[in-house]
Design a protein around this ligand. Sequence first.
Ligand code: SF4
Length: 331
Amino acid sequence: EPVLEARDVAKHFPVGRRGVVRAVEDATLALLPGRIVALVGESGSGKTTLARVLARFYPPTSGEVLLHGRAGTGRRGYHSDVQLIFQDPFGSLNPLHRVRYNLERALRLHHRTRDRRELERQVLDLLERVSLSPAGDFVDKFPHELSGGQRQRVVIARALAVRPKVLLGDEPISMLDVSIRLDMLNLLARLRDEDGLALLYITHDIASARYLCDDIVVMYAGRMIEGGPKEDVIARPRHPYTKLLIESSPDPGRGEDDRAALFDGADELGEPPSLVNPPAGCRFHPRCPFAMPECEQSPPPRTDLGGGHWAHCWLHQKGRAGDLASTTHAA
Ligand code: SF4
């Protein structure tokens, strides 16, 4: 059973006379215990907005978000189960307080832990769990005395203090030094295994998604365009944009330096469209080499491709999926 679900979620922001930013449309997603879903897309694809809707920082414009199948959980109860980890670990911690305070506050708020010795034991245990060891060396430090990677570990420890069922990681490694990103991904994978967490890993970098996740969902210009088990999506992408994204991304298996190849990312895909007046029909059609007349008229429906793999592309509705399989292209 999903722990957290988005059903047909849309999020729009009014922008004065310019109209409405249609940041997310028709987003449907289920997060299951013990599985990591990667939400992959360029800047401006709507993935961060969707994460904030899932974390209840923004109400959806339409659609619903269900926690354990219910929509009406109170705010504190919701955040006891769903925690969001931000990109910038420095901005996430109170710089005026030591690590101890940052963790104790979460324990007090969510579990009403008051006993001093019990608080100390739990704080040290949390630091050890995120590999800040020996914990006694870190507990009395201020955030500015820690490296970026250590700060992000403290942020994760604070999220774990709440004992959540779901972690939403919004580009949690993108501001960290390349040399420690792999360690951080391994930490997230370990927490998934140890606690059975449902984890949403949000990234612009399909290579790190390939490394970490079980399933991949690709967003483009506010819409989910393809998703499914990682192996199938990577080996046989069924949407032209996903195919382009994968072809543009370094593959550690091709003999390049693993760490560099894993995180170089695919940043050379050109500009995504404005979400104020996004293209009608399929939002990818201005850049798509396979575009057909219907692509400009109607958003493509979802096609289920078997094995949990799906895509929104008219090629599959028109019996032209073979065009995609045989073509390598650039935008
Ligand atoms: Fe290209 Fe049309 Fe498929 Fe969109 S629906 S990706 S424009 S072929």
